[in-house]
Unconditional design. Structure first.
Ligand code: ADP
Ligand code: MG
Length: 476
């Protein structure tokens, strides 16, 4: 059951203004639920609850006990994964199979962080003998989490789990397009015994509830995943109260394929890398940088594979579901028009599939002969659209890959290990993947260079976002 209210201090509450907003099933454009339209007063109540919880029962738990609670939450998510996946598919549009995959990721994320709760240790510092000097890792305090809609519960737990592990308390503002699984998650957290106020969820719009969370003086850190534009606003607003921010802001990621690559494996990666989640992934392969000698063969094989993809409502488990919202639909279709105007060759797709009257569907699309500086090769489209281009020399491939304002991830397919590592050194991205895309998962840190943001999430690095290092010096 889902209550469709805000979750503040362990209680379900309407927004103080009484206002609500609707969330839509992107496959049918039908309203599936309405939720509170939270504003600054709701955020204030949530933050105060989280601040009080920082001083209550939660702060007295041993780290291992905190870890145990997070493990229990992992078991609860696992037990409800089918239900959560259905909710995610209804709200976000993604194929049910993928939503189930997301829930496995949520469970792993909770487990990884739960296991780390009693392994966070400070250092002893080598000062002269008349001193003892050491560090404590203290929780940062109340943390604000502003989450996008592409992996609603996945992105939420990616930052909530390490925050809880570190002993912080949380105010979560899910994306307005996909608020439902966060509310169910909160309910399950309460059922496993997370103390009141430790996790609070306020639904609402970015400029209202999101901005209020960033501005609130009792919030001691913000984690944000979303657009560069909003990231800049958040960073600027956080300056007023000197809040640290962790920003993951998308990408325009290149896969470079050399002639000695295992081309079938590279093709598998492209299929997963740009068409999974309807291309709505920050680390998607949105640029395909192909060596001239294999370009024609590669693009033809890709065309053959992509032409077999099925598009449809997420509940019927197609390869590709709809885009999340009307706004995204318009945005992606505008880029399709732009690609054609810029003279790129449309190998496949480029429009709306004919068979649907309703729903935010888009055809999987391959653009070829794209100029590296064309807008469709420079800007994040966030849809199932790949832009192919060619190179001759290694230097040229690196220049193309690095020649965008983003720096989230990149990949290289080659059997030449020396070349692979040389490129890994030169590529300006937070992740470099050799001979397989999306290597990593919960243990490996992820984050951006350049305008893709800063700070690292996942892994042990992800927990460090939520600790404060206190140094204690003693003269003996
Ligand atoms: P998109 O435009 O693709 O929806 P955004 O980066 O705007 O991506 O949104 C990601 C998250 O940021 C959402 O939860 C949204 O509500 C929130 N958000 C949007 N604008 C602001 C803002 N000015 N301050 C804080 N949060 C915001
Ligand atoms: Mg926006």
């Amino acid at each position: 059951m889902i209550r469709n209210q805000n979750f503040v201090d362990g209680k379900w509450a309407a927004s103080r203004s009484g206002k609500r907003f609707e969330t839509v099933n992107p496959a049918t454009e039908e309203v599936i639920a309405d939720v509170p339209r939270g504003d600054a007063s709701d955020i204030d109540a949530a933050v105060r609850a989280a601040d009080a919880a920082m001083k209550g029962e939660w702060s007295k738990l041993a780290p291992a006990e905190r870890g145990r609670l997070i493990f229990k939450l992992a078991r609860a998510i696992e037990a409800h994964s089918e239900e959560l996946a259905r909710l995610e598919t209804a709200d976000n549009g993604k194929p049910l199979r993928d939503a189930l995959g997301d829930m496995e990721g949520v469970v792993s994320t909770l487990e990884f962080n739960a296991g780390a709760a009693d392994k966070l240790q400070g250092d002893t510092i080598a000062l002269p003998k008349q001193y003892v000097d050491f560090t404590w890792l203290e929780p940062l305090g109340v943390t604000g989490h502003i989450i996008p809609w592409n992996f609603p519960l996945g992105m939420a737990t990616r930052s909530i789990a390490p925050a809880l592990t570190a002993g912080c308390t949380v105010v979560l503002k899910p994306a307005e397009q996909t608020p439902l699984t966060a509310l169910r998650f909160a309910e399950l957290a309460q059922e496993v015994g997370l103390p009141d106020g430790v996790l609070n969820v306020v639904t609402g719009f970015g400029p209202e509830s999101g901005a209020a969370l960033v501005e609130h003086p009792l919030v001691r850190g913000i984690t944000f995943t979303g657009s560069v534009e909003t990231g800049k606003l958040i960073m600027r607003a956080a300056a007023a109260t000197i809040k640290p921010v962790v920003l993951e802001l998308g990408g325009k990621n290149a896969l470079i394929v050399f002639p000695d690559a295992d081309l079938n494996k590279a093709l598998d990666d492209v299929m997963e890398g740009i068409f999974h989640n309807c291309g709505q992934v920050c680390s998607a392969i949105s640029r395909l940088v192909l060596h001239r000698d294999i370009h024609d063969e590669f693009v033809e094989c890709l065309r053959a594979r992509v032409s077999k993809l099925t598009v449809g409502p997420g509940m019927s488990n197609p390869d590709i579901g709809p885009l999340v919202s009307e706004e995204q639909y318009t945005r992606v279709h505008n880029y399709l028009a732009l690609g054609k105007e810029n003279g790129a060759r449309v190998v496949l797709g480029g429009g709306r599939p004919k068979e649907f009257e309703k729903g935010y569907f888009v055809e999987p699309t391959i653009f070829d002969r794209v100029s590296p500086d064309a807008r469709i090769a420079q800007e994040e489209i966030f849809g199932p659209v790949v832009a192919a281009m060619t190179f001759e020399t290694e230097d040229e491939a690196v220049a193309i890959a690095n020649g965008v304002p983003y720096g989230l991830s990149s990949g290289v397919h080659t059997q030449n290990i020396t070349r692979a590592l040389r490129l890994a050194r030169r590529l300006q991205t937070g992740s470099v993947w050799i001979n397989e895309w999306y290597i990593g998962g919960v243990q490996a840190p992820t984050g951006g260079y350049k305008e893709s943001g800063f700070g690292r999430e996942r892994g042990l690095a992800g927990i460090m976002n939520y600790v404060q290092v206190k140094n204690v010096g003693i003269r003996i």
